[in-house]
Each structure stands twice: as C-alpha cells, then as structure tokens.
Design a protein around this ligand. Structure first.
Ligand code: SPV
Ligand code: MN
Length: 604
C-alpha cells in the first residue's frame, strides 16, 4: 500500500515526488505523512544535496529573514532570540523513567505536551526535509538521519555541517528522525523532547545546539545506541599529531568553551566536536559524524587562532550567529583584537556601547556564545583521512577541564581503567556560556558529556570499561588542564598546550620516560625543557615546572572524595569504579602522610 502520494501531492513538486517514489522507503513515507498530519506545512522542499538545493536553501534563509546578507558575499549572519542564545538544559529532556543527572519526563506526558505544541506549527510555512549520514557515507558504521524543519537557517546549517545521503535511503532503511519547528518563538513553550526509540522533537527555539537535530540532539540517540551495542559515541575532537615516526591520532574531550576547538587546530583536523569510536581488530577507530564546525567565536583572533581566522576571512561560506552586525555590513565579535564599534545590531536588537539590559547589566557587543558555522573543507589543517570509511586509529585520549585550582597541566593515566575513571569520569569543570546559566561555577561533567548523557552513568561507564577490555592496543589516556592558577594568576601561556601535545606524541612513540606520581605519570623536567625550546623556542625554568607540576594532593583528594560520593549514590555504578576511586584516594593519602598537602615533582 502506498501511503505517501495522497498526503504529499500538492505539497511537493512533481520531480521531488517521483524521486521519493523511486526510493521506495515505506518507513520514510509513513514518517513524512505523520509529520504532515502533525505540523501541517503549506509546502515541502526535499533537500537531496544537489547544487540547486544548496542554493535554494541559502536563498530561502535570506528571503525569510532568518539570515541577513553581509558585505562579504559568501557570508551571512543569523540572530537567535535574546533568551535562546545557548543550549536550554531545563527545556531538554529524555522521554522516559528518571535517571540520576539526566533531565527526564514521563514518556506519555512529555510526548503529548511537545506534540500539542507542534500541532499545526508549520501552517502556512515551508517544510524542509534533509537526508544525511552521520559519518562517512560509504562507511558501514554510518548512521542515517532525517531533519524536518520549517527553518531555512537550520537546514542551511545542516547542509554545511553534515554529509548528504539522499540515495542511501533506498529501500526500507532505518534512520534517526529530527522534527523541528521555529513555532511562535515563545521561550516559555520551548521544548526539546528526546525519544530514545529514535525521534527528537524541538520547538520554539532556533539556537543550533537546540534545533540542529544532527548535532547534540542526535548525540543523545547515538550515545544510547552505542551503550546498547558496545561502542562509544562521544563529545570529543579527533586530531592527528605529527611525531617523528608518523601521524598519531588522538581524541580530546573538553567541556564546551574549554579549549577543544583550539586544541583541534594545533594538529591535523579530523573532528572538532564529536567522535564515534569502535573497536576494530583490537584497535580503537574513530570517525567524525559531522562534516563542519559550529564553533565559539568569542576570543578568536588572528594571533592565537590563525587557521580559524583565515577561514572566517576567506571567501568560503560562513554563517555568523549572534555577533555584532556593523553598519558597513561586516561583523565584529569580542576578543577579536579589533576595536569595538560604537554601535550596530546584535542579539538584543539595536546595540550601542554602554547599552544596559533590563537588569542593569551591560550588553556585550557579541554574545559570549556567539558562533560561526563553516565546512570542514575550509580548514587548511584538515586531515586527508577525515572522511576515511575505515576511521582513524586512536592512540591517545585527552580528558581536559577548566580547573583553576587543582589539576596539573598534563598527566598520563596508568592504564585504560585508571584513566577512564579518575580522568574521564571524574571531570569537574568551570561552567561556560555554552549553556544557559551562571558561568564559572565548578560542575561535575564526566567525559564533558553530562549535558548529553541519555542513559545511567553506571551503564555508561560499564560500557567504557568493557570497551577497554576488547582492545589489544589501548590508547593512552591523559588528563589536561590549561587553566591552573596560583595567587599570581594563570601558570601557563596559551601556547603551552603545543608542548603538552608534543609530550603526548613522544609518550605514544615511546620516546620519553615519565615520573610516577600518585595521580598518574607526569613529564620530567628535562623533557619539557627540551620541548619548550624546540616547540616554542622558549626557555622553561625549574621554577615554572615546579609551580605547574606540584601536585596539590589535598585538592585532588577532596575532588576524588566528591566524585566517589556521586558514584556511590548511583545505583548501577559498577563496583570497579568505586574500587578504582578508593585506591586512588588511598594512594594520595599515602603521599600526604609523607609530604603534606602538596608534593613537588622534584620530591617524586
Ligand atoms: C557545545 O556547546 O558543546 C557545542 C555547541 O558544540 S552546541 O551545539 O550548542 O552543543
Ligand atoms: Mn560541543
């Protein structure tokens, strides 16, 4: 029985109709007819990914006013509602039973609510349907996904961020489903409802972290799938580092706004935000589900971020969001190193220097979570293997945090389980502007994933530990912190991360020894001194080393006590997790009895 022709006729062009017909995908057809019944769009545009489609979507984004043209012809600007500038934690929930640390809503109730808001939401509007693949299209591990939205900006973003895969939907293929509507932009009715059976509903929001289904909404679905199937779907960059013996790929997990994108620019770029990791022949292999970058623009300047700067000033396509639009049709953002204009248009409307909001707070020229959307192909450091269907072999994994008080800049775990539990699962980081709420509070954020975790943390960690057991070539695990301070301020310069990456490569190549400390293996002074000189052309004093690598034993102990308490209260935490944390705490206490609250690396 053909379900689609009646529903779709009149809403689709005849050529689109026949293309859909040729796919003969009944799951797709019945999904589309359900969406039509629900959202009642006026017309439908299928985005197959042809040049014509790409141009049409760009034109529609300008015609609807969702994007404004800039004087630099290939660039546009988009504004989100002033109260919709970041991921909306409170309005985002998994449909289902309660899970500690996960925002959930009873399935029937949550679904009914979001469906009632979506009912008729696209009346009089055009609906776009995009067909994509998460991961290289020809990889057997790719995951197909469909975006339905009435926002030309959302589908435009997706055309830049994901791989088109219309033809892959041939036959009764399964796919993830994302339904989005701009709605009435009533923030009180903003809802992002995640049904782990494979559908996400998003309404009354346009900020990409809430509306672009394939990014963080898909992450909730793929994480659940990964835990069920024994692989990892992670919030991680994938970076190729050149060593003396070749290129080594590592992953880097950092909470939003703590150095992830920046770190990805220091090597060969495979991914800046997400990674699928699977065991293949005893190796950990990784793929980027995405094909573009939706990055924070605040602070991007020519000196520190030359590659991103170049992309943003090239003739390649860029969507700027929530930066300042100047009267000459160019944009400005804070931290760019350029002089702040007197006035312009920003997320708050007309803007002038000194503008206050209704709470009497200064309105910045650009929002701290203002962003840029570009294709991976625009980066000159793009790794030639970024689209390799076989993925890249991962030899190191960094878990990085923004921690002003405790964690040393770089350390290596003793083994997979030690690293996964004491470095990844124990992450605490200062909150940044990528989520709505107060900045700079320390938050528990295991694997930088807390906002996206859709299963119990106990099951999630159990899967991680099991995954390690399948590997005959375990990646080395590292903890990183670019933000350590003492009374005088930050202990490291922005560039120092290049040295930490060099140390990681040399550890992978087996070129350098390390010093055993209670919290892991730390670099030797002589090695860092050589690397500061060869990588940065800078001297590195013993005093610098000592202040950066003195282990603040009591700080570490307190942190692990807090973390232990959290996991002890989660019902399905594997026993091994508590065992590893207990051993970690006991080891630190042993050193504290000998050395007191701090131990200098020269005492180890
Ligand atoms: C992040 O905040 O981690 C991002 C941007 O990568 S968002 O799409 O909002 O999640
Ligand atoms: Mn992210």
């Amino acid at each position: 029985m053909e379900v689609f022709p009646d529903k779709l006729r009149g809403r689709l062009s005849s050529s689109a109709l026949s293309k859909l017909y040729e796919l003969r995908n009944n799951k797709l057809n019945s999904f589309l007819s359900d969406v039509i019944d629900l959202c009642e769009p006026e017309s439908i545009y299928l985005v197959e990914g042809t040049m014509e489609d790409i141009e049409y979507v760009k034109r529609r984004a300008l015609e609807t006013g969702e994007e404004l043209p800039l004087s630099t012809k290939t660039h546009t600007i988009h504004f989100d509602h002033p109260l919709d500038q970041a991921r909306a934690r409170e309005d985002t929930f998994i449909l289902g039973d309660k899970i500690p640390f996960v925002n959930t809503k009873p399935k029937e109730e949550g679904k009914k609510e979001v469906l009632s808001i979506l009912k008729g939401a696209m009346k009089g509007r055009e609906m776009f349907v995009g067909f994509y693949s998460l991961g290289p299209v020809s990889s057997k591990h790719r995951i197909l996904a469909i975006q339905v939205t009435d926002s030309a900006y959302v589908i435009h973003s997706e055309n830049m961020l994901y791989r088109h895969a219309f033809k892959e939907f041939q036959g009764d293929r399964d796919f993830l489903k994302f339904i989005h509507s701009v709605g009435t932009r009533d923030i009180k009715k903003r809802r992002i409802a995640i049904d782990l059976e494979g559908t996400v509903y998003s309404v009354n929001t346009t900020y990409a972290g809430n509306s672009v289904g394939l990014k963080k909404l898909a992450l909730r679905l793929t994480l659940n799938k990964a835990v069920n199937e024994g692989w990892l779907s992670e919030h991680m960059a994938i970076i190729g580092l050149e060593g003396d013996k070749g290129v080594h790929y590592i992953t880097a997990s950092f909470p939003s706004g703590s150095g992830k994108t920046n770190t990805s620019m220091l090597g060969r770029l495979v991914s800046d935000d997400l990674a699928f990791i699977r065991e293949v022949d005893g190796e950990a292999r990784a793929w980027n589900p995405e094909a573009g970058v939706f990055g924070i623009i605040h602070g991007i300047n020519q000196k520190d971020d030359p590659i991103i700067w170049e992309v943003l000033h090239s003739e390649d396509e860029v969507i700027f969001s929530n930066v300042l639009l100047k009267s000459d049709g160019t944009v400005y953002w804070d931290g760019s190193g350029e002089p702040e204009p007197e006035k312009g248009i920003n997320f708050s409307g007309e803007w002038w220097k000194g503008k206050m909001d209704d709470k009497g707070k200064l309105v910045p020229a650009s929002h701290p979570n203002a962003r840029f959307t570009v294709r991976l192909g625009s980066f000159r450091n793009l790794d030639p293997r970024f689209d390799d269907p076989e993925g890249v072999k991962i030899e190191g994994m960094i878990f990085g945090v923004k921690d002003y008080s405790t964690l040393i800049p770089i350390a290596e775990a003793f083994n997979w389980a030690h690293g996964v539990i004491t470095m990844g699962a124990s992450m605490e980081s200062a909150r940044t502007s990528a989520v709505l709420g107060k900045s700079d509070e320390m938050e528990f954020n295991p694997m930088a994933l807390l906002d996206f975790v859709s299963v119990s943390l106990g099951r999630y960690l159990e899967n991680y530990l099991m995954f390690g057991k399948k590997l005959s070539h375990e990646p080395k695990i590292f903890s990183a912190n670019y933000f350590l301070k003492n009374e005088k301020g930050f202990l490291n310069g922005k560039e120092d991360k290049r040295v930490w990456l060099r140390w990681i490569v040399e550890r992978i190549e087996g070129n350098v020894d390390g010093l055993k400390s209670p919290i892991g293996i730390i670099p030797l002074y002589e090695d860092l001194s050589r690397m500061f000189s060869s990588v940065l052309g800078k001297p590195y004093t013993r005093e610098n080393y000592e202040s950066q690598f003195t282990i603040r034993l009591n700080g570490y102990k307190q942190k692990f006590l807090r973390i232990r308490e959290i996991y002890a209260n989660i019902e399905d935490t594997p026993y091994e997790v508590l065992e590893i944390l207990d051993k970690q705490i006991a080891d630190i206490e042993y050193y504290m009895r000998k050395f007191g609250d701090n131990v200098s690396p020269f005492q180890l």
